[in-house]
Ligand binder design. Structure first.
Ligand SMILES: [Zn+2]
Length: 343
């Protein structure tokens, strides 16, 4: 089969080439992939992969949708069923799995990180990591849910849930997770302020009813305090890292919460411990979401209440161009890979 295969590190480490079609093991379904999306973590896998145990060559890609092509004995699925993939293989028996926290599974394996991923014509995955997707759902939009929207869901509705009457600052809102977080927080009835830059993006958010601060033109913390009458926001969503960390802490109201899921610009900012305890701030780390949160996200999407924004769509053989698009400053929303037409 054709796939985007990682054979080494760096820009030349990934290529469109032939790769063995996976065999079906007990408890698995074989999925013919229709669409997937590219995520920052794909670039991390290509360029570094530090801290990840896996063996190359390995198929890239973490999320996606497809159609069941083959099932094992006693399967709940039938050939031809449209499905969306939950990106974790989890054991189902460790204390974290039993508590419903599959991303904390002690033996979790993430598609495209620890095992073959979704940028391929076929993937074999455990049935527990597959959910039915209605045929009328847009496959490009659905392909954007598995990493970006799922990660954003837990950040917005996790330990410090956003809701009506609350204010939320989302840093770097052009990115996939951040854009999704702004959409979800707004859907929950919160006041949303984003940081971004460039006339087109500023205009886009204004048209969406979202207040935007141009981080190149303004001191972000001061601007947010001015917008909130000197109070600050209840919740900050920040996956930018070192560059935005200080402003994120200063933009919080007393007792506010900062949620982080990434560190694109560096992972070791100043902790500002005095500010943390005097103002009783909380910092939460967040990764992915559990199966139940993913089910709720899917239900909201299927009901038409949330529509992922698609920046662009590339065919599988041009995935390397899609990686470049992910880093382009004009990008707004998700970059999707189209793999095959539905049957
Ligand atoms: Zn487990």
């Amino acid at each position: 089969m054709k796939a985007i295969v990682l054979t080494g590190r760096g820009r030349d480490g990934a290529a469109f080439r032939d790769h063995p079609k996976p065999d079906l093991r007990p408890g698995q379904v074989l999925v013919r992939m229709l669409a997937a999306s590219v995520n920052r973590v794909d670039l991390y896998m290509r360029d570094s992969g530090a801290g990840i145990t896996h063996s190359l060559p390995q198929v890239m890609g973490i999320d996606g949708v497809g159609e069941v092509a083959e099932t094992g004995a006693g399967s709940h699925f039938a050939v031809g069923d449209r499905v969306i993939l939950y990106p974790y293989e989890f054991c189902g028996t460790c204390r974290h799995c039993l508590a419903g926290e599959q991303p904390l599974c002690t033996t979790a394996r993430i598609l495209g990180e620890h095992r073959d991923g979704t940028f391929a014509e076929y993937i074999a995955v455990p049935e527990t990591a597959v959910m039915a997707l209605p045929r009328e759902a847009d496959i490009h939009e659905a392909a954007a849910l598995g990493v970006a929207y799922m990660t954003a869901w837990r950040m917005v509705f996790g330990k410090a849930p956003a809701g009506p009457g609350m204010s939320v600052l989302v840093q770097g809102a052009g990115g996939g997770v951040s854009y999704a977080a702004a959409q979800l927080a707004r859907r929950a009835g919160a006041r949303v302020i984003v940081t971004t830059t460039g006339a087109d993006k500023m205009a886009h958010f204004a048209a969406e009813g979202i207040e935007a601060v141009d981080y190149r033109a303004a001191d972000v913390a001061k601007a947010v305090l001015a917008l909130t009458g000197g109070d600050g926001v209840d919740l900050v969503i920040d996956n930018v890292g070192e560059k935005t960390w200080g402003a994120s802490l200063r933009a919080l109201t007393r007792g506010g919460h900062l949620v982080t899921c990434g560190a694109t610009t560096g992972a070791n900012p100043s902790a500002d411990i005095a500010r943390l305890f005097v103002r009783q701030l909380s910092i939460h780390g967040s990764t992915a979401s559990n199966v139940e949160e993913f089910r709720r996200l899917l239900a909201l999407f299927v009901a038409g209440k949330i529509r992922p924004r698609i920046d662009s769509v590339y065919p599988l053989d041009r995935t390397l161009e899609a990686f470049d698009r992910l880093e382009h400053p004009d990008r707004l929303g998700k970059v999707v890979i189209r793999i095959a037409d539905p049957a």
